[in-house]
Design a protein around this ligand. Structure first.
Ligand code: ZN
Length: 63
């Protein structure tokens, strides 16, 4: 399983995670693991929720 770099079009090895020519990260291309794993997605959601709650508390406290 091999493909080509979407940025420069050069053929890349199946095991390569980055293009050798331009350094473009190949996550999510040709069956490679994507950049967003499930824990990363949950941590992002949790972070946004915490920021939302803190902002809400500040707004309520300012009244
Ligand atoms: Zn490239």
């Amino acid at each position: 399983m091999s493909g080509s770099c979407p940025l420069c079009g050069l053929a890349v090895e199946a095991v390569a995670t980055r293009c050798a020519a331009c350094g473009y990260h190949l996550a999510g291309i040709d069956g490679r693991p994507g950049p967003l794993t499930r824990p990363a997605l949950w941590w992002t959601t949790a972070g946004l929720a915490i920021v939302y709650v803190v902002t809400l508390l500040i707004v309520l406290a300012a009244r």
